[in-house]
Design a protein around this ligand. Sequence first.
Ligand code: NAD
Length: 330
Amino acid sequence: MRKELAVVCGAGGFIGGHLVARLLEAGRYRVRGVDVKPFGDWFQRFARCDNRVLDLRLKASCEEAVADAAIVYNLAADMGGMGFIERNKALCMLSVLVNTHLLVAARDAGVRRFFYASSACVYAADKQRATDNPGLREADAYPAMPEDGYGWEKLFSERMCRHFHEDFGLEVRVARFHNVYGPHGTYDGGREKAPAAICRKVHQAVRRRDPAIQIWGDGAQTRSFMFIDDCIEGIERLMASDVREPINLGSSEMVSVNELVSIVERIAGVTLQRRYDLSAPKGVRGRNSENTRIRQLLGWEPATRLADGMARTYRWIAGELDRASARAVA
Ligand code: NAD
């Protein structure tokens, strides 16, 4: 019998690319990957995947994307790190078209299960004003005051998923990702997030024998960072579960940005001077994932140590930068 079809939207991106890899390796589904970027720009490309370049803001593209699908993962969004989302609020909010049209198309195509990638940016600003954040619980999203632009779109789209279940019976699964990092993601160009940006800056400082790096903010702001393998494992566990409420998918190993820099310095074997850019975008003061709910519901939580995940990420980014400069010289 022909295998069922899984569709990954945002397959040319960081998390989508890793998810396609995992689904192909597991072999349970045929896999279709969809992204708006030209195929040559996808972070990972797989010949065994049915790859389609489509703009999912358009309803007709969503209908083509989900045709014949049993399960759909929506990881497509116009997004980036703090520098991008603070300066592109309207663009971030336009991703509402992607999830809205995908939900309608999935309902009409009889899709069995739908995954939506939400974010820790849905959490209310007043719960994130101190660096010693005790961890954000799922209930902390309300009363709502999420990140302007990007966070409002995520919160709205989460609710849209919930109502598509209530009104139309579509099975939805929603994870609130907390900062995901790892190989095969963005590390320059303006959309990169702190872990990749710090790896790039440290490696460039080493290569150029530059004694200093620039850090956004005062470095005391705190976050937790989830390694990509944990993210993919969590998505698959959530998809296999009967959990319909949005849950945190993040690491609870909170560090300051200064501590993150120290981890990367140890990996690279250097100590650099730190120049703090206090006018740069810095986001909330403190954020961490509170994991009681995911432990209760899935009996699991992300556990890769930051130092281990960052060592793998640093090696990959350093390799990419070295290859790019070798090409520039040749
Ligand atoms: P990414 O930018 O690497 O991937 C997103 C992909 O979506 C890109 O390849 C982009 O081209 C594609 N896309 C954007 N608009 C599209 C459109 N109109 N039609 C088709 N494709 C479109 O980002 P990522 O880190 O892989 O994030 C995946 C999802 O997880 C996003 O929804 C993001 O908001 C969410 N998320 C990510 C993080 C993180 O730390 N990476 C944290 C919280 C939430």
